[in-house]
Write a protein that binds this ligand. Structure first.
Ligand code: DCM
Ligand code: DCM
Ligand code: DCM
Ligand code: ZN
Ligand code: ZN
Length: 265
């Protein structure tokens, strides 16, 4: 996601934290966040250049045209190193944050960074094209027109659909989008939320579910009907925006659920 996608996921998440998790988040947030998780949700993108090792942790490349995800097969970087993908990173930073409960002030890890990475990566794993095909780098090499402007398909899902929705429906404000999704969560989607919060079983970790949903949505909605040089406009926007809103909602609900589990009650 771009700035507004990550902001939305973290706004939704912070509003759903238990007292214990909210307190831990307050303590771990950096000073410049001023208590607002959403304001630093994009941090992991800003440090890609400083922390070179972290850039493969934002996505997963899956086999072209297969539309499935498997951790053992797919979660690796371009050099083939295992675990170096967004699912591996979520697992890693979750286990780092769990040390907060036993050694809050002398963890061997930087738990502030762990919180910011986890919050960001929980968003990215819900962006369908962050679990896209290998050959097109998650849609980055598919050049299309977004209305009249040259764009690539990945960027359409990171930012353009969200920005177009904000412009059309919410007076160009991200807060309007957040409010609308919050309303959906408490109404239309209320009976699904508990299912989203469930975290698989011991054999099926949560990231397996999130990533599988993403590549499925990528095939069914993001890639569908699109080819090099396509023009995507009103029809594509109108049919995809509900899918995108759902993924932002699930990202937010699941980030909160993860933090609530990590920091106990
Ligand atoms: N940052 C920010 N606002 C501040 C200070 C920092 O948005 N007042 C962001 C910009 C950098 C990152 O945090 O990407 C740097 O954080 P640090 O150097 O503390 O890790
Ligand atoms: N990770 C890393 N380097 C760090 C901190 C975290 O590469 N300094 C990431 C890479 C992996 C994830 O953590 O995706 C899991 O790492 P490991 O396999 O070492 O547990
Ligand atoms: N990305 C992806 N899959 C890839 C490569 C990149 O999902 N195989 C994502 C990461 C960024 C965006 O695409 O959100 C742009 O990547 P880059 O900056 O590497 O062009
Ligand atoms: Zn992206
Ligand atoms: Zn990212």
């Amino acid at each position: 996601w771009g700035i507004d996608g990550h902001f939305t996921v973290c706004k939704i998440a912070q509003s759903r934290l238990s007292k214990a998790a909210a307190d831990a988040v307050q303590e771990l947030l950096p000073e410049f966040a001023q208590g607002d998780l959403a304001s630093v949700c994009i941090w992991a993108d800003r440090v890609k250049f400083r922390y070179h090792w972290s850039s493969p942790l934002h996505f997963i490349d899956t086999p072209d045209s297969l539309c499935t995800y498997q951790y053992d097969r797919d979660c690796k970087d371009e050099a083939g190193e295992k675990g170096r993908c967004v699912a591996g990173a979520i697992n890693n930073y979750t286990s780092q944050l769990l040390t907060y409960n036993t050694q809050p002030s002398n963890s061997e890890y930087n738990l502030t960074e762990a919180l910011l990475f986890l919050s960001h990566f929980m968003g990215d794993i819900h962006q369908p094209l962050h679990v896209g095909f290998t050959g097109d780098r998650g849609g980055n090499t598919i050049d299309i027109h977004w209305y009249t402007r040259k764009q690539n398909l990945h960027h359409v899902w990171d930012s353009n659909i969200i920005e177009t929705a904000e412009g059309k429906f919410y007076d160009f404000s991200v807060d309007g989008l957040v409010d609308a999704i919050q309303t959906n969560i408490t109404n239309e989607w209320a009976d699904q939320v508990e299912e989203w919060e469930k975290c698989g079983s011991d054999e099926v970790p949560c990231t397996e579910i999130y990533a599988s949903e993403s590549i499925q949505a990528a095939c069914d909605w993001a890639y569908k009907g699109v080819s090099e040089g396509s023009t995507l406009a009103e029809r594509y926007f109108a049919s995809r925006v509900p899918v995108l809103n759902l993924r932002l909602a699930q990202g937010g609900v699941r980030l909160a659920a993860a933090l609530n589990r990590i920091f106990g009650s």
